[in-house]
Design a protein around this ligand. Structure first.
Ligand code: F3S
Length: 401
């Protein structure tokens, strides 16, 4: 039995229109499946399933019907689309794909969802607050919001996040509840993790073991940064279905709640595990595309790339995936000119995984992202050269891995 307020009942009855009714039906069905006793209000929604590659014509039609009377009731943002919405021609995207993708974006706009088109809304649009309830769809953003910010969201699907956007509600279960936020497995990290690729390899390895559990990391060397933990989050959420992790001495709930590592099952991650995970993530010999920014690049990461590219020219196609807002910030900071003078490209609004990369003729990519490697190999059928940012930039400049 799910308790509904008068406002929620009005939506469910259809008195608030078709889109609100359909959305409330989805949320109530989820509440019943997961045993939620009630719904709760959310502060924001982040809607995934934006690329026309995933939405398709049926999805577009479904969105069109909702957009007849649907409107977001809370701040709502879009995940990356299947192409750079302005410079898609520069990337070889076909006219037919672009036309459909732009239609998808227009319908979302009509629904009141802001086309931020980023998997890192917490960098440019909506900084989650501790304890705030959200309904976010992008798995890496979910893990970042829950773990680094201490906000509360389940791993929503594109449909359920949209339903939450159009009602301002979500079912009260899962990671919204204290009891499901406790760690289930301690990971003693003995290996020295030097960069985002090492943190990604850690996430890739642990995600496969912990699956949907909550890992608690104890790092021997305190080398974590927010960007490195974003890499970890994305990798955990792609090889497993992790939505929340804790890092001793770093993430907010680990500090506040003080979990006791001794009480949990324990695994260790040493140099051998690190080397083996990196070997698994790298099966390519020579890339024809270098792409970084998975999750979407921060200004700090773009600044590092600009420094590495200063006064150089790239010999290989090189994409930096980020939000359009972040690219604008890079222009203000002076990084964008250095990057573009070197011949590298900002791939705004999209990424190497959700764009139709197979149709663009690429066979092997180089990346510093474990999530991008995992999905490029397993979903898009590409080969991957995996290594740190510095090696990726150097491969683009030297023309070889
Ligand atoms: Fe973001 Fe695409 Fe990676 S959506 S997390 S850049 S796969």
């Amino acid at each position: 039995m799910v308790f509904l307020t008068k406002e929620e009942e009005a939506m469910l009855s259809g008195r608030e229109g078709h889109a609100a009714k359909k959305s409330m039906e989805i949320i109530v069905a989820l509440a019943k499946i997961f045993g939620a006793e009630k719904l709760i209000g959310i502060s924001s929604a982040q809607v995934s399933g934006v690329s026309y590659k995933n939405v398709g014509d049926e999805g577009l039609e479904f969105l069109r019907v909702l957009s007849k009377d649907g409107k977001a009731r809370v701040s709502s943002y879009l995940n990356p689309a299947g192409m750079d919405l302005e410079n898609w021609r520069d990337f070889g995207i076909s006219e037919s794909f672009a036309k459909k993708q732009l239609e998808v974006i227009e319908v979302f706009k009509k629904l009141g969802i802001v086309p931020t088109c980023t998997c890192a809304p917490y960098l440019v649009a909506d900084i989650p607050k501790f304890g705030q309830h959200l309904a976010w769809g992008e798995s890496s953003a979910v893990a970042v919001a829950n773990s680094i910010f201490g906000a509360r969201t389940n791993r929503e699907s594109g449909i359920s996040a949209l339903a939450s956007a159009l009602t301002g509600k979500t079912a009260y279960y899962g990671y919204h509840l204290d009891e499901n936020r406790k760690p289930t497995l301690t990971v003693e990290v003995e290996a020295h993790l030097a960069g985002e690729d090492d943190f990604g390899a850690l996430g890739y390895h642990v995600g496969k073991i912990v699956k949907s559990g909550v890992p608690y990391f104890r790092l021997k060397k305190k080398t974590a940064t927010v960007d490195r933990l974003r890499s970890l989050a994305a990798a955990l959420a792609s090889s497993g279905s992790v939505a929340l992790f804790h890092v001793e001495g770093f993430t907010p709930e680990a500090k506040i709640r003080g979990f006791e590592a001794g009480k949990m099952e324990k695994i260790s991650f040493g140099q051998e595990e690190l080397d083996s995970a990196k070997r698994e993530l790298s099966d390519g010999a020579e890339p024809d595309l270098v792409c970084v920014g998975c999750p979407h690049a921060s200004l700090e990461e773009i600044g590092k790339i600009a420094k590495l590219l200063l006064g150089k020219k790239v010999k290989k196609e090189f994409w930096i995936c980020c939000s359009r807002s972040m690219m604008k910030a890079a222009e203000v900071a002076g990084y964008a000119k250095t990057i573009e003078d070197a011949g590298a490209k900002f791939a705004c609004d999209t990424c190497m995984v959700v764009c139709p990369i197979e149709e663009l003729g690429y066979r092997t990519i180089a990346t510093n992202s474990a999530k991008a490697s995992n999905y490029s190999r397993n979903l898009n059928g590409l080969k991957v050269c995996y290594g740190p940012l510095e090696r990726c930039v150097s491969a683009a400049v030297e023309g070889k891995w």
